[in-house]
Design a protein around this ligand. Structure first.
Ligand SMILES: [Zn+2]
Length: 126
């Protein structure tokens, strides 16, 4: 028997790399981080939650694509419909994230009680 959280940590590895390249005459460095997981680590993943950083990136992303979309519009008269659409997506994602965060502590508590049996592959709560 092995704790699920331990298996998840052990089967997850994060690597980062920096690459140099040029796009349209602009040369820059690109940093990428990648996460690789074993199938078992993926299966025994902890409950999801949305961090503050993710929320900020979501909002910035919506604002960015909002302005980009309105800027590319041929008929700017419909800009508010587009913004309404973008705001709805943003609100929905935040709603799901906040909902997950509310139950996160409770779910994490039961997740920390989960054990995995390597012999029969069964997950049991203790
Ligand atoms: Zn067993």
């Amino acid at each position: 028997m092995q704790k699920c959280s331990v298996i998840h940590e052990g089967g997850t590895s994060t690597g980062s790399s920096v690459s140099f390249g040029g796009v349209g005459g602009n040369v820059g460095a690109f940093g990428t981080s990648s996460t690789s997981q074993t199938t078992l680590a993926k299966k025994l993943a902890p409950p999801p939650r949305m961090g503050v950083v993710a929320m900020i990136f979501l909002t910035l992303g919506v604002l960015f694509f909002g302005f980009l979309g309105v800027g590319m519009m041929r008929d700017p008269g419909a800009w508010w419909i587009y913004w309404l659409f973008m705001a709805a997506i943003c609100a929905l994602r935040l709603f799901i994230g906040i909902k997950r965060n509310i139950v996160y502590a409770e779910k994490m508590e039961s997740y920390n009680r989960l054990w995995f049996c390597h012999r029969c592959g069964e997950v049991s709560s203790i």
